[in-house]
Design a protein around this ligand. Sequence first.
Ligand SMILES: [Zn+2]
Length: 341
Amino acid sequence: MRAFSHPDQMRHTPRFFLQRGQLRPNFEVPARAEALLAALGRLGLPPETAAAPARAALEAVHAPDYLDFLEGAYAAWQQLPNPGEEVVGNTHATGDALANGGRRPGGIIGQAGWYTADTSCPIGAGSWEAIHAAAGVALAAAAEAAAGRQAYGLCRPPGHHAYRARAGGHCYLNNAAIAVAALRQAGAKRVAVLDIDSHHGNGTQGIFWEDASVLTVSVHGDPSNYYPFFTGYAEETGPAGTNRNLPLPAGSGDAAWLDAVSTGISAARDFGAEALVVSLGFDPSEHEPLGLLKVTADGFARAGADIAGLRLPTAIIQEGGYNVEVMGSLLERFLTGWGAA
Ligand SMILES: [Zn+2]
């Protein structure tokens, strides 16, 4: 198995994070990628540097005006009087406003709210370079899958909360969706996404909601009291019946989590997927700050083995996981279970 990364992904150093009414240090930090890089070294899978993504590959998923916003937001923000170091929106477009003709504003402060679902996506000096590089990493992994092989993309920042034109939950470009679009472009008639991050893959669901050629499956913590809160419920099956949400109660543990992962694997098989994109998050771990799903290292090894059993061309795309002390070893266990190293 080949692995891909890009040094520019370290240039995104977000600071702003609002949690339970308090400003706290943002935990989507470069040290996450460093921990995963070290793990790949231990596995004997040193990552190759991915090429920059073509604009067309990004536009296969994301709106051109959104891409322009992400690229230019920091410079525009610095033109404001007395600006903060990072672009952070504070007024978001609600469904009520959109239903009454709400539209994209011209100024950067309003645009920061228009293009973000929440306050977890600050844009600083090197953010665009990192966001752009991460999409290239996803495309490099997808190219391997398009050639019938399996690959791991060490993507940072993560992507599965990003919609077609909206950032959210530490995510800006939807790396997994960009990989799916590339696989479709390369000729795969049906592609499945299996998202095992502990949070609902709401952006991926949204992007492929009406696309019957893409099955989106997400195994995650019950959103009634967990990000992203508004979506991720089992009844969200989509107009073509190609979305499957498998929410789990807090404290589920390995057995229930692996059971849901197996359900997702069966769904991908029944769908007749020709290629697979795995949205791999380590935040189901029992050692995560919130530790909602209480999955052990053995659980991740088993999940790797079970998903590998599909024997599909696969792009494994890194999503969340925030305990930098354990996520490297969890990647080792997952990929070893997979049989990749
Ligand atoms: Zn997550």
